[in-house]
Design a protein around this ligand. Structure first.
Ligand SMILES: C[S@@+](CC[C@H](N)C(=O)[O-])C[C@H]1O[C@@H](n2cnc3c(N)ncnc32)[C@H](O)[C@@H]1O
Length: 263
């Protein structure tokens, strides 16, 4: 059912025009972005959403994602007073608190696209690993040695818990701290390196190069206005394997993943 259909009995025609056309589901949490003018109707909007049986809590996005941990504030506008949930994606289970560590359900298909490119026996590095969704999905479906690095202690807490929850903790080495400091010290080389920090992952390419071998594939995420702009922003001599758009960011900007090798 379309969100606007669900809200049409409680909002005026003018309010419906500024109401969002959809919402995100993370586990049993419904996440909605509301125009300031709909503030006085937020409880009523939440009540409508709570009629859908899979929703236990309705949260409203507050503020922007501007910090290093890539998290934002949320306000509970209906249902149980919680920001923690269990999200299921491609057969993997992720426990998380949406306010303390980053997670986006919109990247589910992208994670599957990356998993499909990983072969048994490979050694994989996931920089900026968050609560572990890339590392855990890959470890669940491939026989790999996989290392993950994350700076947010809350992200690390859930990453460790989620690895156990999915019974892949023996396949994943988890490192807490700054990618630059941690990875720069390593002599290890990886077959594929995933860099899911679209805000500025490209500034860590020197670190990725250090732990790459001749044919290592890098999966670099970036915000850009077009595929061409995303590729041009990479200041290294590279061979592009693929470049896909994987989600919107603002009206003109999207998230891209560039799969490439260093030349
Ligand atoms: C966009 S989130 C992606 C998280 C996860 N890969 C996912 O897809 O859900 C980027 C993550 O990078 C982490 N991060 C930011 N700067 C970092 C750094 N210098 N070293 C390690 N992790 C970092 C943030 O805390 C955040 O969890």
């Amino acid at each position: 059912m379309r969100l606007k259909d669900l809200l049409k009995n409680i909002l005026t025609k003018e309010e419906l025009e500024i109401a969002p056309s959809g919402f995100d589901m993370i586990g049993d949490l419904a996440i909605i972005k509301l125009n300031e003018e709909l503030k006085r109707k937020e409880r009523k909007i939440a009540e409508q959403l709570l009629k859908l049986k899979q929703i236990k809590t309705v949260l409203k996005k507050e503020g922007k994602v501007e910090n290093e941990f890539r998290v934002r504030k949320y306000k509970v506008i209906g249902g149980e007073n919680t920001k923690e949930t269990l999200h299921i994606e491609f057969g993997c289970r992720y426990k998380l608190n949406i306010e303390t560590a980053y997670f986006s359900p919109r990247l589910g298909n992208e994670r599957e696209r990356i998993t499909n490119q990983i072969k048994d026996g490979e050694k994989i590095l996931v920089m900026f690993a968050g609560i572990g969704p890339y590392a855990i999905q890959i470890a669940k479906y491939r026989n790999v040695d996989i290392w993950g690095v994350e700076i947010n202690p809350e992200g690390i807490k859930y990453f460790r818990e989620n690895a156990k929850l999915n019974k892949v903790e023996k396949k994943i080495k988890i490192f807490e701290g700054d990618v630059r400091k941690i990875v720069s010290r390593w002599e290890d080389k990886f077959d594929q390196i995933i860099m899911p920090l679209p805000k500025d992952a490209e500034t860590f390419l020197d670190v990725a190069k250090k732990v790459s071998k001749k044919n290592t594939i890098i999966h670099l995420y970036m915000f850009a206005d077009s595929k061409e702009e995303a590729i041009e922003k990479i200041s290294y001599d590279i061979e592009v394997v693929d470049c896909v758009e994987c989600g919107g960011y603002s009206k003109s900007t999207s998230r891209y993943c560039i799969d490439f090798r260093f030349k």
